[in-house]
Design a protein around this ligand. Sequence first.
Ligand code: MN
Ligand code: MN
Ligand code: MN
Length: 278
Amino acid sequence: MIFDLHSHSNYSDGILSPAALMSRAKSKGVTALALTDHDTIAGLRDAQQAADENDVVLIPGIEFSSQWGKIGVHIVGLGIAPESDVLASAIIEQHQSRITRAQAIADRLAKLGFRGALEGAQQIAGEALVGRPHFARHLVEIGAVRQPQDAFKKFLGTGKPADVKYQWPDIHQIIGWIHAAGGQAVLAHPLKYQLTATKMRALITDFAAAGGDALEVISGQQSHADTEALARLATDKKLSASCGSDFHTPDQRWQELGNFGSLPAHCHPVWRRLGFAA
Ligand code: MN
Ligand code: MN
Ligand code: MN
């Protein structure tokens, strides 16, 4: 089987519907895809139907935002039970944090002269909760910037005037939620946090001590050296290894479904914990 254990649909900040995502997975040779939308499982029902139609195995997932000290980290839950009550209330809690933050971003933008940003961003978000990418696209639409990246550079990015920080639950809490829902907790894209080697080791040590199950050893296109280093860390800390594209949109070819290297042979692939032998 070909596993891609991290992807997004338009139920969070992805572009494709779950159905389009599943048929794209099929066309890219992925045989088992985890849908891991940010803090929501709302896309899983559509995804399951499309998975059946395309003969792709859907692994029900979610990507939770969490906090490790001052650093925001993401924890993916794989193989979660969508009907879990704990999961349902966890999602409500996370949504409230997002709504509060979106309102605060809109307030900052209004002070900069951009009124109605929350409504504009909500229109773009559709079914999804409003996040920074939606504000960025709104700012392009009203002609405030040329491209979404420019919106981050000028307004939304770290240290910019409309940068509003979240306070997310800590890693213990998130891992607890995922376990209560019967899932495997995976520390997502460790390289994205831009930590020193020492901090990286400390994060992974804490994650393992908090009961985390796996490390995302591969996230999309990355160097062989990075893969080897993360694989060694995972093995050292007795964590399983996960791999995924973190697919959001067909425009980003370095995050295409299924388009990443293989896990090193000494890794224990997290799919074994999910009941797959391959
Ligand atoms: Mn995302
Ligand atoms: Mn993430
Ligand atoms: Mn992601």
